[in-house]
Design a protein around this ligand. Structure first.
Ligand SMILES: C[S@@+](CC[C@H](N)C(=O)[O-])C[C@H]1O[C@@H](n2cnc3c(N)ncnc32)[C@H](O)[C@@H]1O
Length: 239
């Protein structure tokens, strides 16, 4: 499926073909776009986001329950709320975040990095979180390899992401992705992986999958009708 940026460029092309009237149409379109994006952002922030963070915190804590006072790294941590809540529940000794785009307000210390190579030595963390990041990344395989590299021998990578089953699931996941991410300026690629593609990504990561949680209930009514439980999964990887 084409990334949303391409679709926007088609709309722009049509508007430009209107000639002199195009400047006015464009400015109205920009205002409407900003208003819709702001409203969506506020709506997501107040309704979907808090529930999602609560559900995902329970999930990560359950999967990582053997980790005692762990050093946690959250790759693509966004505002850091998931990592902060998880660290508090696990009594973490350290919690760090990295992202390709650091937000203005974050709940944990976040470092900007190039999206390829983590700025940490090998064998560094007990728990590495990758929550809804790999389908946004240019090189998901490279990030998964890096997540395994910085893991201590007994450590755990927790991946939360999507399973794609065909065009309909792509469309639904894209819709939810745009609602959740467009207001924050996160690039939505509209690229979701099937089961066999996930198996290939894990096989190339240097780690091995140890647990799978699927289907996974993340969203409440009515959002789970779009981002259905069977599109959501979590897995753990060890070295
Ligand atoms: C849907 S948000 C998820 C944020 C957070 N992990 C959560 O679950 O709430 C995706 C995040 O991945 C980040 N991202 C995109 N490409 C990345 C990459 N190559 N490496 C690390 N983070 C990346 C985005 O900037 C964004 O903050």
């Amino acid at each position: 499926m084409s990334p949303p940026r391409l679709e926007a460029s088609i709309v722009l092309g049509i508007v430009r073909s209107l000639g002199p009237a195009s400047a006015k149409v464009l400015s109205h379109l920009r205002m409407a776009n900003k208003l819709a994006t702001d409203l969506l952002g506020r709506f997501h922030e107040r309704t979907i986001h808090p529930t999602r963070v609560r559900v995902l915190t329970d999930l990560v804590v359950n999967l990582a329950r053997s980790a005692v006072a762990p050093a946690i790294l959250d790759i693509g941590c966004g505002d850091g709320s998931l990592a902060r809540a998880t660290a508090a529940r696990l009594g973490a000794g350290e919690v760090r975040g990295v992202d390709v785009k650091v937000r203005q307000q974050t709940q944990i210390p976040v470092e900007c990095y190039d999206g390829r190579t983590l700025p940490f030595p090998s064998d560094r963390f007990d728990l590495v979180i990758l929550s809804d990041v790999l389908h946004h990344a240019a090189e998901p395989g490279q990030i998964l390899r890096e997540a395994v590299r910085v893991l201590r021998p007994e450590g755990l990578v927790v991946v939360k992401d999507h399973f794609a089953f065909g065009p309909w699931s792509h469309l639904m996941l894209l819709a939810m992705d745009l609602v959740g991410n467009a207001p924050r300026g996160v690039l939505v690629r509209g690229r979701y992986f099937s089961g066999p593609e996930w198996i290939a990504l894990v096989a190339a990561s240097g780690g091995r999958a140890t647990q799978l949680v699927w289907p996974l209930k993340v969203h409440q009514f009515p959002w789970h009708l779009l981002a259905r439980n069977k599109y959501q999964f979590a897995m753990t990887l060890k070295r």
